[in-house]
Design a protein around this ligand. Structure first.
Ligand SMILES: NC(=O)c1ccc[n+]([C@@H]2O[C@H](COP(=O)([O-])OP(=O)(O)OC[C@H]3O[C@@H](n4cnc5c(N)ncnc54)[C@H](OP(=O)(O)O)[C@@H]3O)[C@@H](O)[C@H]2O)c1
Length: 366
């Protein structure tokens, strides 16, 4: 028996959807004791994962207030992405045995999945998932890095490569470059041979983004993004914009592009309330982009929903997994994790993600 199964654990629960993520964290997030799962109650295709690290993601936040497109049914355990050790494997699971270091595919198990394993969130000591949801951790990644891999890097590849058709030698402007998906985009764009201009509001965070490979960093809070980008591109503007921020910064970035550029809609961290709280739809404040700029600059504006695209076309995933595994195993791709919390500090970890304290990833240790 795996040593983790000898003592009780704990798990986080969202007991009701909040009006906002912060209200959900303060009013509806609890930590409760958890008994080790009983293998006699599981199927031969199941595994028990002793969770070692769970990413605290943006979707974990906006899902807690029902403001994400995929609605969870409370009570549920958050934690879309996590990694750990196999504590028990059913007799029909052949590719991993007890003790194996694995990451869990959030498409297959956990609160973002669509099948029977939605209760297997990673903010818990254990998760019961189907064997085909776990993959051996590639390369020399730590549990923290493995928990911060698929969501961010699949997004960066879907946006920059599949949708953005980024080529070596092109210049890409990455908004929100200190964030989870933003920093992954910096890494992926550099691996693709592109020149990276990274934007953010904090000199301290931008210094880390630069040390992670960005060619240039711009503090956009000074209000001169356009001038700075034009100066770095010989007055031409960039070939591609990776926009995970939205709002006013999107409008400013539309003025930083060359004719015929690709503008990738990745997310809207600055304007999260485009759906009403408590799982209601149809808030009136969705982002709007000026059609005159899009028209006159001949832009390709591309929506880039990573999960929804793969649900519509499952063949999208295998090539990007192959790319991620190759880059990790060659040592070229190393996710950056700035903050680590014990599970007992789940509220503070989620508040910190909401405040934008993390650079790249932030994780919980059950
Ligand atoms: N397309 C997809 O499939 C996909 C996948 C994953 C995530 N997303 C979306 O991408 C967005 C970012 O997610 P994430 O996990 O990277 O979040 P994150 O880690 O919180 O990063 C967002 C970054 O945006 C910047 N930012 C936040 N508020 C801002 C504001 N008011 N003005 C300017 N910049 C601001 C912050 O950088 P500074 O503090 O340095 O300015 C922050 O680091 C979210 O909307 C998320 O839903 C989309």
């Amino acid at each position: 028996m795996h040593p983790s199964m000898n003592s009780p654990g704990s798990r986080a629960l969202i007991t009701a959807l909040g009006e906002t993520p912060l209200e959900a964290i303060e009013q509806h997030l609890t930590l409760e004791p958890m008994a080790p799962p009983d293998p006699t109650q599981l199927t031969p295709q199941d595994v028990i994962v002793a969770v070692r690290s769970a990413a605290v993601g943006w979707v974990d936040l906006i899902m807690s207030s029902g403001q994400y497109q995929h609605l969870p049914k409370p009570p549920y355990t958050p934690g879309l992405e996590y990694a750990g050790e196999i504590a028990w494997a059913g007799s029909e699971v052949k590719h991993v045995r007890e003790g194996a270091r694995v990451l869990v595919d959030g498409f297959v198990a956990g609160p973002r999945s669509l099948g029977n394993y939605q209760s297997a969130g990673g903010f818990a000591t254990w998760a019961v998932v189907p064997g085909f949801a776990v993959k051996p951790i590639p390369g020399a990644l730590s549990f923290d890095q493995a928990a911060s891999l698929l969501g961010s890097y699949e997004t960066a590849i879907h946006c920059l490569v599949t949708r953005g058709r980024l080529k070596a030698g092109e210049t890409v402007l990455i908004l929100g470059a200190s964030g989870a998906t933003g920093l992954a985009a910096v890494h992926v764009a550099k691996l693709m041979g592109a020149k990276v201009i990274a934007a953010g509001r904090s000199d301290e965070k931008l210094a880390v983004v630069k040390s992670q490979g960005a060619d240039h960093v711009i503090n956009s809070s000074a209000g001169a993004l356009r001038e700075a980008v034009k100066a770095l591109t010989g007055g031409q503007g960039v070939d591609v914009v990776y926009d995970g921020v939205g709002g006013e910064l999107s409008i400013e970035a539309l003025k930083c592009v060359r004719f015929g550029a690709r503008f990738l809609i990745v997310g809207w961290a600055s304007t999260p309330f485009v759906a009403k709280g408590k799982g209601q739809r149809g808030a009136p404040n969705a982002n709007q982009l000026p059609t005159n700029l899009i028209m006159m600059k001949g832009l390709d504006v591309l929506g880039c929903p990573t999960v929804i695209s793969a649900v519509n076309d499952p063949t999208l995933r295998a090539p990007r997994h192959e790319r991620i595994w190759r880059w990790v195993e060659s040592g070229e791709l190393k996710p950056f994790v700035s903050n680590v919390y014990p599970l007992s500090e789940v509220k503070e970890a989620m508040r910190a993600k909401w405040r934008g304290d993390f650079i790249g990833g932030g994780v919980l240790h059950p």
